[in-house]
Structures are given as C-alpha cells and as structure tokens.
Design a protein around this ligand. Structure first.
Ligand code: ADP
Ligand code: MG
Length: 348
C-alpha cells in the first residue's frame, strides 16, 4: 500500500493536469539503456534495434472526452486514432502500428462496437497504420477507449519539444480554434434538442468547424512536406490543448521564451463568424480551445525562404531569451503573458 505521508488532501482541480503528471512521475528515472526518452514529450523513445521506436498512448472516456449525443461512433473510432497518430507526427515520425483497448457496458450492442471499429479501420487505411492488438473488457456504464501508437525513424530525424533556439521561427500548420468553435455549436444544438426534440437544426453554415471537432485529420501531410523541403524542425509539439499551452511546453522544454503575434494566428473565416455569434474572441478559441491537432514547431531562420507563402504553414512568432517568457503581442502592440490554460482536466 502506498503510504500517505501528507494528511492534507489536495483536490485534483487545484493542481491541474500537467502538475499532476509531473507530481506522479517525478521520482521515476530511466534504468534501461534501451529507454532513450521517457515521460514529458509527445511520445517516448526506446531502442532495441538500429533505429529508435517512438511510443505514445492516450485514453478517451465517455462523458469526459466525448459525448455520444453528437459524436457518431464511427467518428469516435477515427478521431481516437487521429489523436494518437498526431503525437507521433509531432515527433516527426510516421506511425506504423496501433493497439486498441476498449471497455464497454452491455448498453452497447455489437453493431455499435462495429461502427467504432469501422472508424478505426478507415483511419488505419488512410494513414497506412496496422492494428496489431489491444484488450477488451467490460465497464459498468460508459465507454472507454485507449490507443497506443508506435513508429520508428533514424535518430537524426526525430524532433523533440526540446531544441528551439533563440531567434528560431515559430510555425503552425493549418488554422486554429475550429475544433473549439465546432464543439460550442454542437453543445448549443444539444441544449436546443433537449428542450425541443423535434428541432431540425441547419448546421451547414458550421460544417467546417463541426468537421474539425468530429473528424480531425492528423498532419501526416505536414511531416511529408517538411521532408520534401528538407527542413528538420528544431522542436515540435501537436496542438491538443491549445496554442497557449503548447507554446509554454516548447518554452519550458527548450528553455527559450516566445513572442507570438496575434495578427499572425491563422483562423478560418467560418470560425471567426461562429466566435462573433457566441461572443467569444477567435484568438481565445485558438489559444485555449484545443483539439485542433495541428503541428506547432520551430525552424531555423535560414529555412524561412523554403516555407514562406506556403498555403498551410504560418509563421506566428519567434523564440527569444528565456527570461522574456511567452508573450502574445496584440494587434495594438500590447504584450500579454501567455498562461497555461491547457485542457482543464479536473475542473468542474
Ligand atoms: P499529450 O497532451 O501530448 O497527450 P500529456 O500531457 O497527456 O501529452 O502527457 C505528457 C507526458 O506525460 C507524456 O510523456 C506522457 O507519456 C506522460 N504521462 C501522462 N500521464 C501519465 C501518467 N499517468 N503516468 C506516466 N506518464 C504520464
Ligand atoms: Mg502531444
């Protein structure tokens, strides 16, 4: 039994997800030479043969990470795989295998589980990944899905959160805030539906954002593009929790600060319209919304010409001295310190 030396009880909502992980894992050290990189990046790295193998795992729980009222089961299977593949792309590595573990209650019929697996199968096909195992068990009520992903690459290709240097450019793929905007629309329609089950909402004007929430794509194409352009990012992370939180992760791991320009943050016009409708700032959706699964990375300034004007890569800032911290420079030139909102895993 684990002895609780501290009689004081700390609520999980007080410490937050990232501090909890740090706290639980700080006393673990790596004892095996084959464990090249442990906790703290998008994936772990082990080496048994010639090239290192990257491994990452994620857990998805009904009612916490997804709501089956508006998440079709096939999309759930697809998205859960994407979330995992994204962590390997964030290391500049192509995922090759996944394992899928699932806990289901008897509330689900076989056909429902088959739908989840159709989504998983489509993801495997589209991204050329093999399903090689997993575990199946029962749960009292909800659905739990856990996926692990593996892939391997030569060590010199692998990109960590650590490695950004002062003056490196901060680049993001695609656009941000869409998954959050889509979620707000789905939540709103769910509330309407609960009051009036006969309502038939027309969601076609929100289709991009809803798709970003329900059917995200991991950015394999970005990894391929960087390879073609002969660019190895100096550091990289995927955007699961929001631009703010991920910038702070790169900052902490690389020991640099960042200047991030509000006007450079890529936001789709539909997302801006939704934010206007919901009276939230689109920049807040990009900074704190999360689930966009875009890649955020730093490159050496000498590589700027290779990516400038690229349709889906935006330079949004640069690395600076660590003591300057991470600052958002607003359109009016004010500096606003970025805060780690992250995904508020334990807040009520
Ligand atoms: P991401 O949002 O990219 O999935 P996380 O914040 O979940 O990343 O995890 C950050 C790091 O902490 C990773 O290295 C992950 O393997 C590790 N980690 C997360 N939860 C635990 C845990 N309960 N025990 C050990 N390591 C963990
Ligand atoms: Mg990650």
């Amino acid at each position: 039994m684990i002895e609780n030396k501290n009689p004081h009880k700390t609520s999980l909502s007080d410490i937050g997800e990232f501090a909890l992980i740090d706290h639980l894992t700080q006393s673990f050290s790596l004892e095996n030479n084959s464990s090249l990189l442990g906790i703290g990046d998008d994936a772990a790295m082990i080496q048994h043969g010639k090239n290192p193998t990257l491994i990452s795992t994620d857990l998805s729980i009904e009612g916490i990470h997804f709501d089956l009222t508006y998440m079709p089961l096939k999309h759930l299977g697809y998205k859960t795989v994407m979330v995992n593949l994204s962590d390997l792309y964030a290391m500049n590595v192509h995922p090759q295998q996944i394992t899928v573990s699932i806990a289901v209650s008897n509330r689900f019929v076989l056909e429902a589980i088959e739908e989840i697996y159709q989504g998983i199968a489509l993801a495997c096909k589209n991204y050329k990944v093999d399903l090689i195992g997993g575990d199946t068990t029962s749960s009292k009520t909800g659905l739990i899905l856990s996926i692990s992903v593996m892939g391997s690459a030569p060590k010199k290709k692998i990109v960590l959160r650590k490695g950004a240097k002062e003056n490196d450019l901060l680049v993001v793929s695609g656009d941000l805030g869409g998954a959050y905007a889509g979620l707000q629309i789905l939540e709103r329609e769910k509330a309407v539906f609960e009051v009036n089950p006969n309502s038939q909402p027309d969601l076609s004007t929100y289709s991009y954002s809803i798709e970003r929430q329900l059917k995200p794509e991991a950015r394999k194409d970005v990894i391929d593009l960087l390879d073609q352009l002969n660019i190895t990012p100096t550091s990289m992370i995927d955007i699961s929790d929001g631009l703010s939180s991920e910038t702070l992760h790169l900052s902490k791991a690389s020991k640099v600060g960042f200047h991030l320009f509000e006007e450079k943050i890529p936001i789709d016009p539909e997302v801006s319209l939704i934010c206007e409708e919901l009276k939230i700032s689109p920049v807040t959706a990009a900074l704190n919304g999360g689930e966009d699964y875009e890649l955020l990375f730093t490159i050496d300034q000498k590589d700027f010409d290779k990516i400038k004007n690229h349709p889906f890569l935006s330079v949004i800032g640069h690395a600076c001295e660590s003591k300057k911290g991470c600052q958002l420079i607003s359109r009016l030139g004010q500096q606003i310190e970025l805060t780690a909102q992250g995904w508020q895993a334990f807040s009520r």
